[in-house]
Design a protein around this ligand. Sequence first.
Ligand SMILES: Nc1ncnc2c1ncn2[C@@H]1O[C@H](COP(=O)(O)OP(=O)(O)OP(=O)(O)O)[C@@H](O)[C@H]1O
Length: 447
Amino acid sequence: MTQEPFDILFVEDDPEFSSGYVRWFEKHGHSVEHATTGQEAVSRCDQREFDIIVLDWNLPGLSGLELVQRMCDDNPDTEIIVLTGEGTIEKAVESMRRGVFDFLSKPFSMSGLERRCKAALERRRLKMENARLREVIDRVRTPNHQMIGDSKPMIALSRLIDRVAPTDKAVLIQGESGTGKELVAQAIHAGSPRANRPLVTINCAALPEQLVESELFGHEKGAFTGATAAKPGLFEIADQSTLFIDEIGELPLSLQPKLLRVLEDGSLRRVGSHKERRVKVRIVAATNRDLQQEVVAHRFREDLFYRINVMSLDLPPLRKRTGDIGLLVDHFLGNDWEIEADARAALLNYRWPGNIRQLINTIDRAQILADDGVITIEDLPVEMTERKKEIVSETTSAEDRSIYAVMRAHLLDVLKREQGNKTQAAQILGVDRRKLYRMLLQYDIGE
Ligand SMILES: Nc1ncnc2c1ncn2[C@@H]1O[C@H](COP(=O)(O)OP(=O)(O)OP(=O)(O)O)[C@@H](O)[C@H]1O
């Protein structure tokens, strides 16, 4: 069970009791506030969030049950312990039914109350952890932190990741789409003391502006049309962990001050709420825009830029580390596949504008098209082999003996002999009709 201090609100009208609680809990390192009426308790909880509320059943004003109901409804993330002078089973059962964590009859020992508070805190943690795990299960795409590449820039990058990961510093990852920014964020989180908690991710480009705010900061019930229940934001879900903000360059200007505030002092308010909440979150952000340029163009706040850019990692595009292409091809092909030399050459020579994501998709597609576990040049998209064709035509002499030219001439020859009959041509070539059609496309042979 945790020994961490907690934030607690005592709601008790008897001054003798309340000063006793406050002194005892403060002495044991907890942060304590005190209210003497139900109404005061409600307004305190409006201002800020507590881990635990210890509530006396007999207060002036609202009845015990009314107050319990109100506190449970308004503070779904806070655990509530009810105290009473004359404990009855009915009250206990009714309170528990409404969501109260525990019920304690006076008199009780302070250490007994502290034990119950710790158990309550543990339940709160578990609930938050559950919410986090659900979030992560929803968001998990590739649970793979393995970064392939032994080019100079990749070795330098790995070193930087090792340095920066164990710190709490904000990191900005910059690079073209598909270069592995999310993978780097996962590696930073995995190497940090927060690694036992899930990495929480948001992609600012994937959501409309109004949704980004409620996703990041949460919302209260009724905050806007469709907000049928209160929902914690990703900052709350990522408390004590890492929040990966992908495509931060797309974050609307109107939300940037709110992000700046939570980065500065860890405080935030859900949409539709006055209540201040506190979180401890490490930020890793990524962008494929030039953020400095965005600052100059007044689309990104300069103060926010400096906050998130404590440490910046630049991911080189694949065309600037061509030495890694072969390794990546072998890795994504797997052990059961082979690739013919001209197909490999086409991959090595391609410029990969979509970087590693495009390379993975290309290999997936080729594996679907290929026969017998061997990838041939016909299994690659035409733009890659067009390039190969360019290379061939750039490098061959008048008497063109390249594989490409020889194959094309042979295909034309067979088709001519069979008077364009594709079924017969395929038979002679020893391929099926599907493959013949792909070859015609590949070798630029029209109908
Ligand atoms: N060095 C690498 N080794 C192995 N796989 C990699 C590497 N870099 C990226 N990948 C893989 O490439 C794919 C794309 O990477 P990722 O999603 O991290 O890119 P990104 O830069 O975040 O893209 P975007 O900007 O479009 O969001 C993922 O499947 C990822 O696992």
